[in-house]
Write a protein that binds this ligand. Structure first.
Ligand code: ZN
Ligand code: ZN
Length: 134
């Protein structure tokens, strides 16, 4: 399957020749700032299945501690993907087009959530990180 995504202004677009994995929403204070939202919404990709199809020259990167970073559109500000040591590590679900055939499987660091956020019901919620299953 091919998953595609683009930023708000549409100048930057990507395709993934594969599936999204391990979709999660993290409610920690860092993710709230990075995603400008109540939580992250993020799924992992295989970096060699990911390619930019338009606007790559408009990408700006912010790399934080430990080699993890985010790439966003310098024109409209959408955050498109996460990078690790220069390779695409995952995508922000908000910029994915259509139905990528995945649902958020876990909500993590719920104990750090913003006071104003109401957590969803009927989904796996972990106070800190989720236990490793694989
Ligand atoms: Zn844009
Ligand atoms: Zn987080």
């Amino acid at each position: 399957m091919t998953v595609s995504g683009e930023c708000f202004c549409g100048e930057i677009a990507y395709e993934i020749a594969g599936v999204l994995r391990d979709a999660r929403s993290c409610h920690c204070s860092r993710c709230r700032k990075a995603f400008s939202s109540q939580a992250s919404a993020y799924a992992l990709v295989e970096s060699d299945e990911f390619r930019w199809v338009a606007g790559e020259q408009l990408l700006t990167s912010y790399v934080g501690e430990h080699g993890f970073g985010l790439q966003f559109c310098s024109k409209c500000g959408s955050t498109l993907c996460g990078i690790y040591e220069g390779l695409v590590h995952g995508v922000t679900l908000g910029c994915v087009n259509g139905d990528p055939d995945i649902e958020i499987g876990k909500h993590i660091f719920a104990d750090s959530k913003a006071t104003w956020e109401v957590l969803p019901e009927g989904v796996p919620i972990y106070s800190e990180d989720a236990p490793v299953t694989d």
